[in-house]
Design a binder for this molecule. Structure first.
Ligand SMILES: [Zn+2]
Length: 138
């Protein structure tokens, strides 16, 4: 039995469509963030495995101080990259949490909306372009 007037159904459909469009946007960013997180975790794992390998062989090179020095340099460099990956994963987790609590895309500093173009380029951005630039100046 149909009791709903056709006009009300049409209005309801239009409303649902708008709501869905809004949610779809967040879902898209969530997917981007999760993809990026997967990629970083894989990279992180590869780097960790690469670091573990030379560790075991390092003892064999004790008689070559020059090699050891350059190894140490390489390792330090890799640790620095490693740190950045963990920081990025942390930022992605923060962004995912913000999607859940509805504060995603809001600048941490001035509380205005971050431009969509910026979020598309850096989905885990927590600052609008103005705040980011003013921070980088110092
Ligand atoms: Zn801002």
């Amino acid at each position: 039995m149909q009791t709903t007037p056709p006009s009300a159904t049409a209005a309801g459909k239009r409303y649902n469509k708008l709501e869905r469009a809004k949610e779809m946007d967040t879902a898209k960013f969530k997917k981007m963030l999760l993809d990026e997180r997967d990629r970083l975790e894989l990279e992180h794992r590869i780097q960790t495995e690469n670091l573990a390998e030379p560790e075991a062989e390092l003892a064999n090179y004790d008689s070559h101080p020059a090699d050891t020095a350059s190894n140490t340099y390489e390792r330090t460099k890799e640790y620095a990259i490693d740190g950045n990956i963990e920081e990025l994963i942390q930022r992605i987790d923060d962004a995912l949490r913000k999607i859940e609590d509805g504060s995603y895309g809001i600048c941490d500093r001035c509380k205005t909306k971050i431009k969509l173009d910026r979020l598309r380029a850096i989905p885990y951005a927590t600052l609008c372009i103005d705040c980011q630039e003013s921070l980088e100046r110092y």
